[in-house]
Design a protein. Structure first.
Length: 396
């Protein structure tokens, strides 16, 4: 459906043109009319579906019809700094031709940055996009008048609860006017999200897009491999890629900061230029790394799950899961970093003998059997794809 059928304010048309948006995605088609009617909404949608614009566009449309005043009117809460920044950038793009202002508020910056955030809250930027922790830090000082807020949007709510922000979100919601519109976006709908929704939304409409299915453009495969073979295997995969086409964008996920650092070191030693991304880096380093990866200055990025959600980097051709993600949903998010917006991409997962059950859970969740590739000829044999039987202890 074309955007002009959705009832958005005309001022947004030029912004849509500038951003290259012609037709609405399914989540936009469903969510925009509901939000424009002023209803609360629970939307179950993965990243990559266009969910950011699904709430940003109607909020900008509603704001453009309100009178101009220097007060914060919409609060968007997102789990990570990177996502908060990305949402802010989309708002900047769409709002170029409207009068709405926005400001991202997240931790990790310098003293002057905290002061700038404080000014954005005091002077009344229309839309504040924030991480929960940093917003709580500002709320402690009482200079942020929350009475003018008409819209509360929670993005990636399930991720925020996984990160332990349930209480903070409730505290923040309780500080806002009771008469407001609340939108909750989440990739999954576990019980704790329903509980949160009951506490902070009123008679919400529900939208659910097919969950937990990787985009069809992703070619998935896996290797059964012992841990000590994994670095050698990455090198073999990268060398093969290099031969077939100029290697451009590869994202390698590992579960801990320690293994991210190790993989990066091993790849650098082997002549591959790789960088790392994890929460142990300071904010400037994190931003520089993302920028360099987006601009293709960095070809290979090794990251923790900090990059698995929401982050939109175009043209990632290959995602490698160095370990099977513990949570089956995380698999879908991680490999969703490739094949964004109808492109194609490849995702390869390494399975060691202890993670076979986890991988079978993933196959069950996505209702698909992922092909297992044979290790290169010169490799020692890998584990078999069968569950390790528990030893039975006989009583003597
Ligand atoms: P999201 O799920 O919000 O992270 O969006 C994923 C990507 O799709 C982003 O690069 C958006 O800019 C892009 N996108 C979202 N909606 C549309 C649309 N209607 N037309 C074209 N691109 C879109």
């Amino acid at each position: 459906m074309k955007f002009d059928k959705l009832g958005l304010n005309n001022q947004l048309e030029s912004g849509l043109d500038m951003m290259g948006f012609e037709k609405a995605t399914p989540i936009q088609e469903k969510a925009i009319p509901i939000i424009l009617q002023g209803k609360d909404l629970i939307a179950c949608a993965q990243t990559g579906t266009g969910k950011t614009a699904a709430f940003v566009l109607p909020i900008l449309s509603l704001l453009s019809e309100k009178k101009q005043e220097n007060k914060v009117k919409a609060l968007i809460i997102a789990p990570t700094r990177e996502l908060a920044k990305q949402i802010d950038m989309q708002i900047e793009g769409f709002s170029y031709y409207t009068n709405s202002s926005s400001y991202p508020i997240y931790g990790g910056g310098t003293g002057p940055e905290f002061e700038n955030q404080k000014q954005a809250l005091i002077k009344g930027t229309d839309i504040i996009i924030c991480t929960p922790g940093r917003l709580m830090a500002h709320l402690k000082f009482n200079y942020f008048d929350t009475n003018s807020i008409d819209y509360l949007i929670l993005d990636e709510a399930d991720r925020m609860l996984d990160m332990g922000f349930y209480d903070d979100i409730i505290t923040i919601a309780n500080k806002l006017p009771k008469k407001r519109q609340t939108l909750l976006f989440s990739a999954t709908m576990p019980l704790k999200i329903r509980k949160l929704a009951q506490n902070i939304l009123i008679n919400p409409e529900n939208i659910s897009l097919a969950i937990s299915k990787p985009a069809s453009g992703i070619k998935q495969s896996a290797y059964l491999t012992h841990d000590e073979q994994k670095i050698k295997l990455i090198k073999s995969i990268l060398q093969k890629q290099k031969k077939e086409k100029a290697l451009s964008h590869v994202l390698i996920f590992a579960s801990s900061i320690k293994s991210v650092k190790e993989i990066k070191k091993m790849l650098n030693r082997s002549g591959f230029k790789a960088s790392d991304m994890h929460s142990g880096l300071d904010q400037d380093q994190r931003e520089e790394t993302i920028r360099d990866f987006k601009n293709k200055k960095i070809n290979i990025l090794v990251a923790t799950d900090i990059l698995s959600r929401g982050i939109d980097i175009k043209g990632i051709e290959l995602v490698i899961n160095y370990e099977v993600p513990h949570d089956a949903e995380d698999y879908v998010h991680r490999i969703g970093r490739t094949a964004r917006a109808d492109n194609t991409g490849e995702a390869i997962t390494f399975i060691n003998s202890k993670q076979i059950r986890n991988f079978k859970d993933i196959e069950k969740l996505i209702e698909n059997t992922i092909p297992k590739s044979p290790l290169p000829d010169y490799f020692k044999k890998g584990p078999k794809y069968e569950l390790i039987k528990k030893k039975k202890w006989r009583k003597r």
